[in-house]
Write a protein that binds this ligand. Structure first.
Ligand code: 5RP
Length: 227
């Protein structure tokens, strides 16, 4: 456990908090940054509150993140108002040794991908359970326009996976999520591009074309940095 993490948290949350606090060192003073979504990103936002005077604001990757940033008095900036972001800090559901990730467990993948695309550096913060040799054990989320749900599910099944509709979930963009189980993604760049090429797909949760530049991985021995 890191000296600055909270002992009242579960061991996994302590690792999430440790990597989130380590990511504060990557925040460029005086610059607007991009902020991800999820429980690890939430620890980062809570830590960012301690240095809110050092940044002019942050671009949020979801409504939930915007709310949490605002609750700490951190200015939420519209992406259309910025031309560059120094860093984007976010968690992941899986990360491979090359920094390719699966994201979207929290259904925020599209906005996450948009904000990440504008950032100079993607800092991935994750506890050690997210490290995998090959992506795919975590079901791959795909955001889909509602009318294309069954058509895209048939296409995804042809890839060898089993798509399941995340019923009851509507994304911040008004779309649905298909989670694809049972894939072994050996070429994440090609798979990301292929799925994204199908009409009706908004985006998929593979972050491979734009992968992590730095991964901060939490383990019992401390925070491991992979660049
Ligand atoms: C949300 C995401 C999250 O980054 C991912 O699901 C990891 O979440 P957590 O930090 O709660 O484990 O992609 O869409």
């Amino acid at each position: 456990m890191n000296a600055s993490t909270s002992p009242s948290l579960s061991p996994q949350d302590q690792l999430k908090q440790a990597v989130a606090l380590a990511a504060l060192a990557y925040v460029p003073r005086g610059e607007i940054i991009g902020v991800g979504t999820g429980s690890t990103a939430n620890f980062f936002i809570d830590g960012l509150a301690s240095m809110k005077a050092d940044i002019p604001g942050a671009v949020a990757s979801s409504e939930a993140t915007a709310k949490r940033l605002a609750s700490h008095g951190i200015k939420v900036v519209d992406l259309n108002e910025v031309t560059a972001l120094g860093v984007y800090v976010d968690g992941a559901d899986e990360i491979d040794p090359r920094g390719h990730m699966i994201k979207g467990g929290g259904a925020a993948l599209t906005r996450e991908k948009i904000v990440a695309s504008v950032a100079a550096k993607f800092i991935c913060i994750a506890d050690g359970s997210k490290e995998v040799p090959v992506l795919g054990k975590f079901p791959l989320p795909v955001e889909v326009i509602p009318m294309a749900r069954e058509a895209i599910a048939r296409q995804l099944a042809k890839l060898g996976g089993t798509p399941k509709w995340r019923e009851g979930v509507v994304t911040d963009n008004g779309n649905i999520i298909l989670d694809v189980h049972g894939l072994s993604i050996t070429d994440p760049v090609a798979t990301e591009a292929l799925i994204n090429s199908w009409p009706g797909v908004v985006t998929n949760g593979l972050f491979a074309a734009r992968k992590a530049d730095v991964a901060l991985i939490g383990a019992a021995g401390g925070v491991k940095t992979i660049t």
